[in-house]
Design a protein. Structure first.
Lengths: 291, 384
């Protein structure tokens, strides 16, 4: 390649991007290709693989209602968690963004604090709060509100609770960044033109914060749908999610080919969600919310 | 087929005119690129693994007190004597470890604390076994013969592992809520008793669930005749259970916190709860699930170094210290070795050294059904 080639306007971005592209290719594209190849192999009786081109795994995954049902259950739980995160996350984000305190940085730091603790530990902490001998039951028993401990844990509700606990900071941060970027003069202008405070929020602040809200929702949904730790720790016998299926198929059943097909299904479904987001909101909105 | 053979076949096809020059060079280039991308790092890892063997041996176990006991009583003295370092790793489950071995290179993993003859057979079926020179492990003479025979049965009379401890998965219950008489009367059926709905637990392991399903339906676990009845029992248990537990720590937490009143549980963990003062009883129902753990040496390992380490680990003082730490009786024959005061009090301990009272899983039977049963359990567990 000559110096003039490097200087060509079309070549420079590719050259500059080449380390990132190489990293993506090595760490993402090639491994996914390996997984795709694996999905066409078969598990033998002893747990090794029969190399070849077999459609059995794909036929099973695409036609068996068991996988479809668990997938829908996963999407439903992820959607419920995301909606709760939106509901619970907007007010704190708004409060931090509009706060005029000198300690705003401390508020943001507090938001980051949960990330300093292991996700598993954070999830397990609910056992000490909601368990039969947990803080809530002990407190209610002490108050005399209940005579016997309530059975709160190990159901779909606690799985969603655990997910909201995990995902909420992501939502708040995204909304906060979006709200913080809104020019305050726009709200003032709306008020000076006769809007009430609520109207100014509804007509100016909320629409302008939608990119952050959408970015946070996408992040929460994708992370929530891909989790397997939370249902494992806080779920009951029937509360498995799709990632649990992948884990069990690969680790317990030693069926790497079928597990590969299942993981690709999850990848395609969640990838489709990102594509839909890109189609209707524009993937550039993700970057906008961080500007 | 190795790379040289592949190249020769490709060259032959080119010379025969089956492929043109451009295709030949393209395929050759692609093969070189693949070898460069994957071969070099893997070769490096392999080289590292083999290079590490003369100076080090890798041992993987369950962690916690067991690892501490191994480190103090076996690994450190072994390193002091031989100059070979022991790299001490841990795993969360036998299934997880098998996946790691499968994904690794020969020689990367050397010795591990395997759970059951069943697991031993899985590794053998996948070709990960070796033939140990028993002359290099003189402490094998202290080991209960009944524990060695099942391993020999799997590997044509040879050993790829040394038995190390044994225990049972029996019924654990809260003595404040359930009496011993009720346990003895109901046995495994208590796990599907609607009276304890929401207060029943169970290990989310397909073998254990099927074993207890067989017991609850009055069948022999090593010769189940009515599998549908077993699945129905597993479904009944699932609908009554609060939670499937996934680790010993979770089992202990659920029982100690009073979240569940009854479950099957590992004898050593239940003994630990009892030692901590929790009101937990333990009952081994007839045909209860007995198992034995072993120290298995994997293919590609430095055999003599591993055999010497096994001999250190089977030293009575070491085996007894580990057994006391994990609350499982050691594989040492109590008629040949004085096991001290604590071990004879542990659940599942057999003073005769014959183990005639315990029922172990038949590896051929369970391995033969593994693919079908583990998959079906995954569905039943989730409500199907």
């Amino acid at each position: 390649m000559s110096a003039s080639d490097v200087d060509a306007p079309g070549a420079r971005p590719w050259i500059l991007m080449s380390p990132a592209l190489a990293a993506v290719a090595m760490l993402l594209v090639i491994p996914v290709c390996f997984i795709a190849v694996y999905s066409f192999w078969l598990r033998t009786a002893v747990g090794s693989e029969q190399v070849g081109f077999y459609l059995d795994n794909w036929i099973e995954v695409l036609t068996d209602p068991f996988y479809r049902d668990i997938l829908f259950q996963t999407l439903r739980i992820a959607a419920a968690s995301t909606l709760l995160c939106i509901t619970l996350g907007y007010v704190p984000a708004y409060f931090i963004a509009r706060s005029t305190t000198r300690h705003k940085a401390v508020l943001i730091l507090l938001l980051m604090l949960p990330f300093w603790i292991s996700y598993i530990i954070r999830t397990m902490s609910w056992i000490n709060i909601l368990g039969v001998s947990g803080a809530l039951n002990v407190f209610l028993l002490w108050l005399g509100v209940i005579s016997e401990p309530m059975q709160i844990l190990y159901n779909e509700g606690t799985v969603i609770l655990g997910l909201v606990h995990f995902l909420l900071p992501f939502m708040i941060l995204n909304i906060y960044v979006s709200l913080d970027g809104i020019d305050g003069n726009l709200v003032d202008a709306a008020r000076s033109l006769g809007c009430t405070g609520w109207q100014a929020f509804r007509e100016v602040t909320l629409p302008l914060s939608l990119p952050g809200l959408a970015a946070g929702s996408l992040l929460c949904f994708v992370l929530g749908a891909g989790t397997y730790i939370t249902p494992m720790i806080l779920g009951g016998p029937r509360d498995a999610m799709f990632a649990n299926l992948v884990f069990e198929t690969i680790i317990t059943q030693l069926d790497w080919p079928l597990g590969s097909a299942l993981s690709l299904v999850l990848l395609v479904v969640l990838g489709s969600v990102v594509m839909l987001y890109s189609r209707f909101a524009g993937i550039g909105q993700l970057a906008k919310s961080f500007r | 087929m190795d790379n040289t053979t592949r190249y020769q076949k490709l060259l032959e096809r080119f010379r025969n005119g089956d492929i043109d020059r451009r295709s030949f060079l393209t395929l050759l280039g692609a093969a070189s690129l693949t070898a460069g991308l994957t071969g070099a790092p893997l070769k490096g890892l392999q080289r590292q693994a083999f290079a590490a063997t003369p100076e080090s041996v890798r041992f993987d176990g369950w962690g916690g007190v067991v690892s501490e006991a191994f480190r103090k009583h076996a690994f450190d003295p072994y390193s002091a004597k031989t100059g070979i370092k022991v790299i001490d790793g841990t795993f969360a489950s036998g299934d997880e470890y098998l996946n790691r071995v499968k994904a690794g290179q020969p020689g990367e993993y050397n010795i591990f604390h395997a759970s059951g003859v069943f697991d031993y057979a899985r590794y053998v079926n996948l070709g990960y076994d070796v033939v140990l020179n028993e002359d290099n492990i003189p402490n094998l003479k202290y080991v209960i013969s009944a524990l060695m025979e099942p391993f020999r049965g799997v590997t044509n009379g040879k050993l790829s592992a040394a038995p190390y401890d044994y225990g049972t998965t029996g019924l654990a219950y809260n003595t404040a809520k359930i009496s011993r008489e009720e346990m003895e009367e109901k046995g495994a059926r208590i796990l599907i008793d609607p009276k304890y709905k929401g207060k029943i637990g169970g290990w989310g392991d397909w073998r254990t669930r099927i074993w207890y399903g067989a017991l609850a339906t009055g069948q022999k676990p090593n010769d189940i005749q009515d599998m549908e009845a077993v699945w129905d029992a597993i479904r009944a248990h699932r609908d009554l259970a609060l939670k499937y537990w996934g680790s010993g720590a979770e089992l202990m937490s659920l029982l100690a916190e009073g979240e569940i009143y009854v479950t099957e549980g590992w004898s050593g963990r239940i003994a630990a709860l009892q030692q901590q003062g929790h009101p937990i009883g333990y009952y081994d129902a007839p045909n209860g699930y007995a198992w034995q753990e072993c120290l298995m040496v994997l293919k590609g390992s430095p055999l003599e170094a591993c055999e010497e380490l096994l001999n250190f680990m089977l030293e009575p003082a070491v085996a007894i210290a580990v057994a006391e730490g994990q609350n499982y009786p050691p594989a040492l024959d109590p008629t040949k070795v004085d096991l001290g005061k604590k071990i004879p009090t542990l659940p599942a301990f057999d003073a005769t050294g014959k183990l005639a009272q315990l029922t172990f899983a038949d590896p051929a039977y369970w391995n033969g059904n593994e693919a079908e049963w583990s998959k079906k359990f995954g569905r039943v567990q989730k409500g199907y």
